[in-house]
Design a protein around this ligand. Sequence first.
Ligand SMILES: [Fe+2]
Ligand SMILES: [Fe+2]
Length: 135
Amino acid sequence: MSWTDSLLTGIDEIDKQHQVLFDVLARLELAVSSEDKWSAVHFAIVELTNFMNIHFAVEEALLRLHGYPDLDAHIAAHRAFSADLAKIKQHSIRQDVSDEMMVLVKTWLVEHIGVVDKAYVSHLRTAAVLKSGGS
Ligand SMILES: [Fe+2]
Ligand SMILES: [Fe+2]
């Protein structure tokens, strides 16, 4: 699965970070099919978790700054994904989690970026326009 411009939000920093998430996803796919699968998958999960945490923090700060009304639900969606990923990370010590992990990550990324993140775009645009208009 690769990046498609239909996932663009039009907010530069967010779009850059979403594209990085897809780069990490591509590395995850490589890891799953690599010879040294066990350590490659672990490394990829750690990389995904780390970047995901940074991205969530940036996005949540931006939404808070602009008074996004659905902030709590958005944060809950981020937390639920982090919890699922943490569970998979734990299971990956004892069993092969490649399939369940790939399904979770792909489905979640596309659904979250394409639908849930897109839902805040018009609010941020309006908020930014009002701010620049008022200064
Ligand atoms: Fe996002
Ligand atoms: Fe989000």
